[in-house]
Design a protein around this ligand. Structure first.
Ligand SMILES: Cc1cc2nc3c(=O)[nH]c(=O)nc-3n(C[C@H](O)[C@H](O)[C@H](O)COP(=O)(O)OP(=O)(O)OC[C@H]3O[C@@H](n4cnc5c(N)ncnc54)[C@H](O)[C@@H]3O)c2cc1C
Length: 340
């Protein structure tokens, strides 16, 4: 996988301006490739032991060639991109220091927190956020963590997106005997699509559509079953997908000793909301304009932290667009947004 697009290495000579990129996922890596190619001095800060973001620690290797990703990152290193791994901005380095030290800063920190259902019984042992669990699996698999992630014998996976389908695969690989995938709409309306649901079934999951968990039942502080409410779909004028609404009085219960919630991801900017004058939108994404400029000069933002959870392609495109805008800004071709 190459991270150098729309530019030939070395063709633009060296520049003296320095750019900090926070986050080494596809958005940050494509931006790094473009900017380094254009001669800028690029430093990438990332909290993980290895660059790649979800390309390495989220997406499964049945869906992406990880050696290809690693080769692409090595190419960036050879070109002179500096990587500072295990450096969490907001804890180990402050964003304010990067703003002072660099000519431009690009935030590409993605969505590294799971949304939770917070229903009764959620606090019990065995109820876990799926994305963090998958990241833990990759950390263990690649030798960064000694502990193998825990897995139940009977696992319920909640959700209808790519993370939910991948959770089914990982649960199977780690030895779960029975896996249930529960989703509140039908597969037709699921973010993972009918293809994703077929893949989950082929991996051995029993799929339950039109149900949503309302309580995790347990014994001795550990989850033992999931109580699910039946749902039906109601068309909403102006909305793309029908809305799931409860069918009163209709419930099913599935026995489970582990529940993995894959019900959405939350943007994780590397600062507390409101700090540095960087405005967030009501959904937690960073407010950027058409040039990916935030409300604080010279800070840009791209990828899932700016447009919400998406896919590799849109994250990559957004990173490239931000890099082109940073180049224009450092060339003096554009100034800062005036609506701040
Ligand atoms: C389990 C899973 C499976 C997926 N499968 C697919 C798939 O099959 N196909 C597809 O197209 N998409 C898939 N996606 C989505 C895709 O991976 C993301 O949309 C994409 O990686 C987002 O890119 P990004 O660069 O914005 O952020 P990310 O890839 O999330 O990278 C952000 C980086 O920033 C780092 N970071 C966060 N906060 C800080 C901080 N404060 N300081 C320093 N570093 C920080 C993170 O550790 C990470 O390395 C999947 C996602 C998940 C979770």
């Amino acid at each position: 996988m190459r991270f150098v697009l729309r530019c030939k290495p070395g063709e633009h000579g060296e520049r003296r301006e320095r750019v900090a990129i926070v986050g080494a996922g596809p958005a940050g890596l494509y931006a790094a490739g473009y900017l380094r190619c254009r001669g800028f001095r690029v430093t990438v800060y990332d909290q993980n032991p290895e660059p790649g973001g979800f390309l390495i620690f989220g997406v499964l290797d049945i869906h992406i060639d990880k050696n290809g990703v690693r080769k692409g990152i090595e190419e960036l290193r050879q070109m002179g991109v500096e990587f500072r791994q295990e450096t969490r901005v907001g804890r180990d380095v402050m964003l304010g220091d990067l703003i002072k030290e660099y000519d431009a800063v690009l935030i590409a920190t993605g969505t590294w927190r799971s949304r939770r259902l917070r229903i009764p019984g959620s606090e019990q042992e065995g109820v876990l956020p799926a994305m963090e669990w998958i990241v833990g699996y990759h950390m263990w698999r690649y030798g960064y963590r000694a502990e193998r992630p825990p897995v139940g014998r009977r696992v319920v996976v909640v959700g209808g997106g790519l993370t939910a389908v991948d959770t089914v695969h990982v649960a199977k690989w780690l030895g779960a005997e029975e896996i249930h995938l529960v989703y509140r709409r039908t597969r037709r309306y699921a973010p993972a699509g009918e293809k994703g649901f077929r893949e989950a079934e082929e991996a051995g999951a029993i799929v339950h559509e039109l149900v949503t968990p309302v309580e995790y039942l347990g014994s001795g502080g550990r989850v033992a079953a999931v109580r699910l409410q039946r749902m039906r779909l109601v068309e909403q004028p102006g909305e793309k997908r029908p809305r799931p609404v409860p069918v009163p009085g209709e419930y099913i219960t599935i026995e489970a000793d582990m529940v993995l919630e894959a019900v959405g991801l939350i943007p994780t900017p590397p600062f507390n909301g409101g700090d540095y004058g960087i405005r967030l939108r009501s959904n937690g994404t960073i407010d950027v304009d058409e040039y990916k400029r935030t409300t604080r000069e010279p800070v840009f933002a791209a990828g899932d932290v700016a447009h919400g959870p998406s896919l590799i392609g849109p994250a990559m495109k957004s990173g490239l667009e931000a890099a082109e805008a940073i180049e224009k800004y450092l060339n003096g071709e554009i100034g800062w947004r005036t609506d701040v």
